[in-house]
Design a protein around this ligand. Sequence first.
Ligand code: MN
Length: 287
Amino acid sequence: MSDQLLGSEPQRRSILQTIGGVGGLALFSSAASGTTADSDDCAPGASRRPDYRLPELPYAYDALEPHIDARIMELHHGKHHQSYVDSANAAVEELEEMRSNGDFETIRATKRDLSFNLSGHVNHTVFWASMSPNGGGTPDGALATAIENQFGSFEAFRAEFTATATAVEGGGWAMLFYEPLADALVIGQVEDQNELAHQGATPLLPLDVWEHAYYLQYENDREAYVDAWWNVVDWTAVGQRYEILTELRCGLNQETGDTGSTTAGSDTTTDTDTDTDTTAKDADHSN
Ligand code: MN
């Protein structure tokens, strides 16, 4: 991982806690624990009982106006996202109870609750971190190149993403994922919080198209909401997330001997330095 990308150690740790991922798994330590990781958190076996917390927004509720109004943000973050967090924690507690009393009769419902609500928590956490009052425009750097290579152009990518978001049936999301097996970008049409997800792929850029995300301002005009939303996309954050995930993939391939799409011993695999190894360990044990 380049120092230029992640900056100082505290900054680097903060970025990793916010957007970390290994092998395509989305891990959000700060959102999960509400605490700052210290070195003990990164030791093997340090994972512990989940205690999910609502992350603070990195901007004020009215910061995304006129594109998303303050009341929507206040309810969406403070009520809806909080509800996913609370319900995920409730499911964790129910599972603990089942383990202690040996009665798993209601396990199907609880497992469904955990999947739905934890997915909702992860989706919203990345959603907030993908927007900025200084957003909009187009990506640059490695992400821009990847989008051009895989979709033909940024315009073609945007058209597919917009069509996906507009076409979601009922509540759901359009999401740009990083898919590590093929080192590819995938636009997913996620229903609810967790249906039609891509296992192992990490959300890079999610767009919430549940009615609670836009109805107060745009009523039933989801298309207008999606058009406006492009003005608040934080391409700097999304680009950093992409670069970290692609570098983690190279680091993991080197550790496991799986060279993926690269050639063993080539410059591509050998320029992964110890910095990347630290990164992988940080994220690997952050939940
Ligand atoms: Mn939502």
